[in-house]
Design a protein. Structure first.
Length: 679
């Protein structure tokens, strides 16, 4: 028989899961959060704590289990219930009309309705559910056999781990079903991930599609979870067959069942409607937070789809209209060198300005010398430049003789090899390339370029979030010597700010408030903000969690550092080197004086027992430490002796003098059951 506490726990766990699922759906699927992140974290922490105390209650579809899987050795191959085919493409209106004519011919009707959807630039994925629970997530693979990436799919917050029976019934979905859709990496996450990778001196991902495809196959679910993929559903199947009578009904049913369906779809009556849809989204694609490369048009009625059937590799009832690639051809006029926060020198091509997808591009990154050599690119070369969403344009290829535009042939220009400078273009310091690394660096610790980047990093999104402290302000402050390091930010005054160009009373005030607010950010942000080599956002989080304070981190030995998950020799060395530097230690002291958070928060803390003091005595069903933990996790305090200040004495069997004292002082005495009630 389960004890009363166990039963209560089971009930509470169920309630928590429902709450968490509801808020996950609001946040990740509907994009309409109704709860602060902190509140959400509290619910999740409580659930995790209860599950840790009652392991028998853990289920695979519990929202706490998104990152449950062990790192895997490889992925198992799985056959698809029905091949995951690709689509035929149309590149212009003519090809689209030709497709429609064929649909009319083959069905013998002209009143065919279509569903238009955005063509998301990611990777397709099949999810199978049995009994309403997520069973498997499988990549497309070669279309017939894919790879089982379930542990990674589970980390995608917009993928429901389970769907309730009632919900399925209402949406007319059987308990065993399959959902197909696209896994994408939203642009904001893509940019942040690449920035983070750059700080850790790892190669950037070329575009969000590669990043999504690469991430879903990473062997470490922790990393996948951190990269924040998204999943948009577009097919609902059972035993490889469509369940409902119209594609639009499938999309509605998937939405009702809690899947994220891209909201920008429309049902249209003819090809004119399709064309209007294409134009609308071509104009608006830049505003989406993810990349699309076209529009997919599907015949709505499943009956007609079946009549139309398939060619060898693609359905006849659907077609992909591809937007013109956002690439352009232009000439490299020069190669400039930018210096980053870590001193990294990045070669950047200065281009003859070229219009690509609505904007003029005049700079494109060349990443590093390895990339320049790989492309074989020289100053004066004609090149193809690609641009995607927010992504920095990049040079992707050098044109060969036959591909050159007329202009190039009319005014041929000698080309010149680019050489990395030996001196930093910003400070004149020495530039070195460490053996085995792709990057060149300026080794002058006081290089102003590093300072600027360090300040921008500190103030940036995901670090100290000091809104208003952008490039132009940082440049002015650094140029005038008002900021010599990040700690100086906390000595800025209104007078100093007002002495700058384009800074008025109001914006100075706002900025000071932003700076003040940044002091309240948690320890991990401070660690991340310091800009220690290889310490990205995630590592900073793990370090904060493990050490609990900056002081503990600073005095840690290499061995202690390497106890932290994901911290190896390279990272531990970088941390030790950072804190060994006198200048850095001085900086840390100034940050401490400024009032930044140097201690971690105990995240699990609830508030049910906030302000209450307990004394534990007698023999309980579990060691005293267990109850101490419970009380502390709920925000209470545990003290050793009974006094007037004690709120409760938790007494077990054979409680002695402390119990007497409690009675004498009139302090409330409770048992385990009552404690559970308070919790
Ligand atoms: S339907 C048999 N709908 O495009 C039809 N595909 O070029 C399968 N894609 O492999 C696809 N957005 O990865 C469909 N709304 C959408 C899509 C979409 C992106 C991708 C998918 C597919 C590729 C075909």
């Amino acid at each position: 028989m389960p004890t009363a506490t166990a039963k209560d726990a089971a009930r509470r766990v169920e309630r928590l899961r429902e709450e968490i699922r509801r808020h996950e759906h609001l946040y990740y699927v509907l994009d309409a959060p109704k709860m602060s992140d902190a509140e959400f974290d509290r619910l999740m922490q409580e659930l995790k704590r209860l599950e840790a105390e009652h392991p028998e209650l853990v289920t695979v579809d519990s929202p706490s289990q998104r990152v449950g899987g062990k790192p895997r050795e490889g992925f198992v191959k799985v056959e698809h219930s029905r091949p995951m085919l690709s689509l035929d493409n149309a590149y212009n209106e003519e090809e689209l009309r030709a497709w429609e004519r064929r649909v009319h011919e083959l069905t013998g009707r002209t009143d065919v309705e279509y569903v238009c959807e955005l063509k998301l630039d990611g990777m397709s994925l099949a999810l199978t559910y049995s009994g309403g629970r997520l069973d498997k997530g499988v990549t497309r693979g070669d279309g017939y056999v894919g790879e089982d990436v379930t542990t990674n799919v589970r980390t995608i917050r917009s993928v429901p781990l389970s769907v309730g029976k009632d919900v399925l019934k209402k949406a007319e979905i059987p308990a065993n079903f399959e959902v197909r859709g696209e896994v994408v990496m939203p642009l904001a996450g893509f940019e942040r991930m690449n920035e983070d990778r750059e700080r850790q001196q790892l190669a950037r991902f070329a575009n969000p599609r590669n990043a999504a495809a690469g991430t879903i196959r990473v062997l470490e679910p922790n990393i996948v979870a951190q990269r924040r993929l998204d999943f948009y559903a577009y097919f609902l199947l059972r035993d490889g067959r469509t369940v409902l009578d119209r594609h639009s009904h499938s999309l509605e049913a998937l939405t009702a069942a809690g899947f994220k369906v891209n909201p920008n779809w429309a049902k249209v009556g003819d090809i004119e409607g399709v064309l209007a849809f294409l134009r609308k989204w071509e104009a608006q694609r830049e505003k989406l937070g993810y990349e699309i490369d076209g529009v997919v048009i599907k015949v709505d009625r499943i009956g007609l789809q079946e009549e139309l059937g398939f060619t060898g590799k693609a359905p006849r009832w659907a077609i992909a209209y591809k937007y013109a690639a956002r690439a352009g051809v232009t000439q490299i006029e020069d190669v400039l060198v930018q210096v980053g926060r870590t001193g990294k020198l990045t070669p950047v091509a200065a281009l003859k300005p070229v219009a690509i997808g609505g904007t003029t591009v005049s700079r494109a990154t060349l990443h590093n010398m390895d990339e320049i050599e790989r492309l074989g690119v020289k100053i004066g070369d004609w090149v193809t430049v690609e641009r995607g969403g927010d992504v920095i344009p990049k040079v992707v290829a050098v044109l060969t003789e036959g591909q050159l535009p007329k202009e190039a042939k009319q005014h041929p220009r000698p080309t010149k090899k680019f050489k990395m400078p030996e001196r930093c273009p910003v400070c004149g310091g020495h530039v070195v390339r460490v053996e085995g690394e792709a990057d060149h660096r300026c080794i002058n610790a006081n290089c102003p370029a590093k300072l600027r980047e360090a300040l921008l990093h500190w103030a940036g999104r995901g670090v100290m979030n000091i809104e208003g402290m952008g490039e132009s302000l940082v440049n002015q402050l650094a140029d005038r010597g008002l900021l010599k390091n990040v700690a100086d930010i906390y000595s800025l005054t209104k007078e100093k700010l007002l002495s700058l160009e384009r800074v008025g009373e109001k914006s100075a005030q706002n900025l000071l408030e932003e700076i003040e607010a940044s002091k309240k950010l948690p320890l991990e942000r401070v660690i991340y903000g310091l800009g220690i080599r290889f310490v990205g956002e995630r590592t900073a989080e793990l370090l904060a969690e493990h050490f609990g304070s900056l002081d503990a981190l600073m005095s840690a030995t290499a061995e202690q550092l390497e106890e932290v998950p994901e911290v190896g020799e390279r990272v531990s060395q970088a941390i030790m080197e950072f804190f060994a530097e006198k200048k850095n230690r001085e900086l840390v002291e100034r940050l401490r004086k400024a009032g930044l958070r140097f201690k971690g928060e105990k995240k699990q803390r609830g508030t049910q027992l906030a302000g209450k003091t307990f004394v534990i005595t007698g023999t309980l069903s579990q060691p005293r430490d267990h109850f101490k933990q419970l009380i502390e996790n709920a925000g209470g305090k545990v003290s050793g002796s009974v006094s007037k200040k004690t709120d409760y004495v938790l007494a077990g069997d054979e409680a002695g003098s402390k119990l007497d004292k409690a009675k004498e002082l009139g302090v409330k005495v409770i048992g385990e059951k009552e404690l559970a009630g308070l919790l």
